[in-house]
Design a protein around this ligand. Structure first.
Ligand code: SAM
Length: 494
């Protein structure tokens, strides 16, 4: 097993991908020996997943306690009381560290990493993770250009913690992920990508790394853009563009990892339409009893009929579901087959749909969602608010202006394309993540967002719903991470 240290681990997307890489005989190639993350709910998610892995590795036979919980036949409390699972969870608590990386805490994080690697530090091992991205993100930057404090934002410098770990522990290979904004971000006039690249190539006098892109081979010196991975080109049903840098220590004798092969696209409709249908709950507005859904459906039907669009209302559905999804996918399509074999684990019989609860919306928004998704379905693209009947425009003092100020606040994730990027902001506001089915009139659930991020259906997100959304939005898509892990496994094993 090749040890992995995962830092700024989030809910463990990168980790899950590496943990899923198998050799020819079905054995795992990588084993994460330490994860470091400071956010409590993400730590709970990481520990639970790590405990599941440990339990599956160590408990032979039917694994009934875990499967009973996953199949919703027993409670989390009952699972935690199970002696075998307790041991697995203790193991997970030693592996996953709730810890804030920072210059003052380096002695402690160094000790965590050294202890986790143990004697294996002399053998090839991998560092994965990426310093957090808020400070580089384009949205964050444009709002804060003139903000003096922003120039000194410590998040700009969290990569130095990553660099410190490289200097102190000298991983054989590292994988660093970051947002696209890193390529154009500057700090006091200096380009952040150039700064980081220089540091990573030569972390110290006696340590050098060759940097590789996973999408462009090193024919000439790679430009920043060459490190950008478009997840939708690799079987992820989401347009997610991230910088991923792979570093290989010079002198380690390892060759260059091969670049990823492009795959057919997987669309939102293909990725989530097998999940149980749900109704939104109604947060405020009108009385949720009586004929709310009939009234809403009538209004949607009338507004769509005005555009010559037919609307079939169906339902009623619950607001949450643990029903088991039915598999219905095109086995002819290789990338869809790969997607489903990754997200729908067969380890658990009767696996229900976890984290699949619709959030509450105001009735006016439900109407907008129904009409926008109906129009978007018909047109094969997400329509803008200004294309709606004026009665559906959000109230605003500039309502009569030619430019509708909220034009981009609402977005339907159309069925025939990969989704837009699932970002952690999904936790705050569902308007940008409207479900493609007009009859459901709602925003995406945590599970649907997790599917678009390629998390397996038995990956359980803990914490409250806002925290779950944030975790999902922060992650590297596990399927993409697995493809990268496979390339790295190849150079490390032969
Ligand atoms: C972009 S997410 C990482 C996603 C992760 N690589 C994955 O694939 O799931 C960055 C994470 O870094 C965590 N973080 C931010 N500052 C940190 C610090 N100083 N120490 C430890 N974790 C930190 C955040 O809570 C967040 O979960």
């Amino acid at each position: 097993m090749i040890p992995v240290i995962d830092v700024f681990a989030g809910p463990g997307g990168l980790n899950e991908g590496f943990s899923s890489v198998l050799d020819e005989t079905g054995n795992h190639i990588f084993r994460t020996v330490a994860s470091i993350e400071m956010e409590k709910s993400a730590v709970r998610t990481l520990r639970f997943r790590s405990a599941m892995r440990h339990y599956r590795r160590t408990v032979a036979g039917s694994q009934s306690a875990l499967n009973d919980f996953l199949a919703n036949r027993s409670s989390l409390h009952e699972l935690m009381e199970n002696e075998d699972f307790k041991l697995s969870h203790k193991h997970a608590a030693r592996e996953v560290h709730e810890f804030e990386l920072g210059p003052d805490n380096r002695p402690d994080s160094d000790a965590i990493i050294s202890e986790a690697l143990g004697a294996a530090r002399e053998q090839p091992w991998v560092l994965i993770g990426g310093p957090p991205c808020q400070a580089y993100s384009l949205a964050g930057r444009s709002r804060r250009t003139h903000d003096e404090a922003f120039q000194d934002d410590h998040k700009h410098f969290l990569y130095r913690e990553y660099l410190h770990i490289i200097r102190a522990h000298k991983p054989t290979v590292f994988v660093m992920e970051n947002v696209k904004g890193l390529l154009s971000s500057t700090n006091r006039g200096q380009n952040m990508f150039d700064l980081i690249r220089g540091d990573l190539e030569k972390p110290s006098d006696d340590l050098e790394y060759e940097l590789y892109s996973m999408v462009k081979s090193d024919l000439a010196r790679l430009q920043g853009q060459d490190f950008l991975i478009r997840a939708e080109d690799y079987g992820v049903p989401q347009k997610r563009h991230r910088v991923i840098i792979v570093g290989v220590r010079r002198g380690s004798g390892l060759s260059a990892p091969a670049v990823l092969e492009q795959r057919d696209r997987v669309s939102v409709g293909q990725a989530i339409s097998d999940l149980p249908k749900l109704r939104s709950s109604v947060s405020r507005g009108i009385d949720a009893h009586g004929d709310l859904w009939a009234t809403l459906s009538d209004s949607v039907r009338t507004l769509l009929a005005a555009q010559d669009i037919r609307f079939e209302a169906s339902g009623p559905w619950p607001t949450s579901s643990k029903e088991r999804p039915k598999a219905q996918y095109d086995v002819e399509n290789a990338s869809l087959r790969e997607y489903f074999s990754f997200v729908r684990p067969i380890l658990v019989k009767d696996l229900p749909t976890w984290n699949h609860e619709s959030r509450g919306h105001m009735t006016k928004d439900l109407l907008r969602y129904g009409v926008m998704s109906g129009m978007s379905k018909e047109r094969g693209r997400s329509v803008k608010v200004r294309e709606l009947d004026r009665s559906l425009w959000p109230a605003h003092k500039n309502i009569d202006a030619l430019v509708v100020p909220f034009a981009d606040r609402f977005r339907v994730q159309v069925a025939n394309e990969p989704s837009t990027t699932i970002v952690s902001h999904i936790a705050k506001d569902g308007h940008y993540y409207i479900h493609p089915d007009p009859a459901q009139m709602r925003s995406l659930t945590v599970r649907e967002a997790a599917r678009l991020q390629t998390f397996p259906d038995d990956y359980i997100f803990l914490g409250n719903r806002t925290q779950q959304f944030t975790q999902v939005g922060n992650a590297v898509p596990p399927l993409l991470a697995k493809l990268i892990g496979e390339r790295i496994a190849t150079i490390m094993r032969y």
